[in-house]
Design a protein. Structure first.
Length: 432
């Protein structure tokens, strides 16, 4: 298997640009379709949703089957293997504990000058639509990562949209996750039609102010098209990860973790970043042996990944490796170096930072507690992971007593006059 090994100080600007850009899928055609489908759903509602679900998902539903009933949720919860249910409950507990720590004060005030009070009031958004993808399987972890912070934030109306399975149902693992976190409003719709339904509302599916959650290229295209109608949340593309390792890293564990995000798909990017050629020479044969234990499909994804957007970034020093991490701004990163906590302050741009030899991305993807829905494509330079803050909004508060007003009225009038706002100036200068 061909594996990219880029000596970062020697590769061309063209190669560097390719690595840093990752997979940029051209979704212009998807956006044309998204516009057409969204306009149709806006005009025809449920009827159009049902037609597109049959066309795209190959599932024929009737209008009364779009919404999952509470009985279906209860039945799915009961049917699920108790051991899997126990695992989901364990994960939910850790995720809940993590996100509860994020809750800010509901209200605070401070006196900026005598008689002048300022503060903030934090309130939950009114409603939210959680998009849970399906692909070839079920992703209860995504529902936990979206639903738990929404519940903790206090969102009063939480709607879930997710594509139906081949039988026209929602998978039991997802129903159990919904039951565990207390969500009861689920609709069997995905892709463009799900985003459009949340943006405009239909006879069955309610209009929402925000939609959040990862999706395929069609869902992404619909979010871009409908961004003027609904808050589309965090930008999320193909998965990506960096394993930052030094010469003391365990080659076996590095090989295992390097493959984690690479198995998501051929457009993912998993990079081993190190200044140790000796480590690379030890890791490569171990990785090749571990590959044999995987399904042909996952082997294919990893092979494509390591020969395109992924592979090895070989640097001249640990410092250069850290500089690369901050330039790349990965979605996931593991620090498999001696004294990883010492390196933590130096890492500025990453969706999540996992420290030490025993914290693979697997843990955070499912059950450690931190949110696994993270910015990709370099957006970790300006965006954060999904959190309770995605479901909250802040209102600024100000108060001036008469004494405080008299203290600042002349300053305020001057400012208003300097910027040419006569009415602003009059409101303070002429106040009785």
């Amino acid at each position: 298997m061909n594996v990219n090994i880029h000596k970062w100080s020697e590769v061309s600007a063209e190669v560097k640009n390719f690595v840093l850009k990752r997979a940029e899928i051209d979704i212009s055609e998807h956006m044309k379709l998204a516009t057409e489908v969204s306009n149709d759903i806006r005009a025809r509602g449920d009827k159009a949703v049902l037609e597109y679900t049959e066309k795209f998902d190959k599932v024929k539903l009737s209008q009364d089957k779009i919404k999952v009933t509470e009985a279906e949720i209860e039945d799915g919860y009961r049917r699920l293997d108790p051991k899997i249910r126990e695992t989901i409950e364990y994960a939910a507990g850790n995720i809940r504990n993590f996100h509860e720590k994020q809750l800010p004060e509901e209200m605070w005030f401070t006196e900026v000058d005598k008689g002048l009070m300022v503060g903030e009031k934090t309130t939950p958004i009114v409603d939210v639509c959680l998009y849970v993808p399906r692909g070839k399987g079920s992703f209860p972890s995504v529902l936990l990562m979206l639903g738990i912070p929404a519940v903790i934030a206090g969102v009063s109306k939480i709607v879930v949209v997710t594509p139906p399975n081949e039988e026209g149902n929602v998978d039991d693992t997802l129903l159990a996750a919904a039951k565990i976190i207390g969500i009861t409003e689920i609709y069997k719709v995905g892709g463009i039609q799900a985003v459009a339904s949340a943006a405009f509302g239909t006879e069955t599916i309610p209009k929402c102010h925000k939609i959040i959650g990862p999706g395929n290229a069609y869902a992404t295209a619909a979010k871009r098209v409908l961004a003027n109608y609904i808050d589309v949340g965090l930008p999320a593309g193909p998965s990506e990860a960096i394993i930052l390792a030094d010469e003391r890293a365990n080659p076996h564990n590095v090989a295992l973790d390097w493959m984690i995000e690479a198995e998501h798909g051929g457009d993912s990017a998993s990079l081993l970043v190190t200044h140790s050629r000796e480590l690379v020479d030890k890791v490569l044969p171990i990785m090749q042996e571990q590959m044999k234990k995987l399904s042909p499909k996952r082997q294919g994804f990893i092979a494509t990944n390591f020969s395109t957007y992924g592979g090895v970034i070989l640097t001249d020093s640990l410092g250069e490796s850290i500089d690369f991490v901050n330039l790349y701004a990965p979605e996931h990163m593991e620090v498999m170096c001696e004294n990883p906590f010492d390196l933590l302050p130096k890492i500025k741009n990453a969706g999540e930072i996992l420290l030490g030899d025993n914290t693979p991305v697997t843990l955070c993807n499912f059950l450690l507690g931190p949110n696994a829905i993270l910015p990709t494509g370099g957006f970790a330079k300006t965006y954060s992971s999904v959190s309770v803050f995605d479901f909250l909004k802040r209102s600024s508060i100000g108060y001036a007593s008469r004494e405080g007003f008299e203290r600042v009225r002349e300053h305020a009038a001057r400012f208003a006059t300097a910027e040419g706002f006569d009415a602003h100036a009059a409101a303070v200068a002429d106040r009785e």
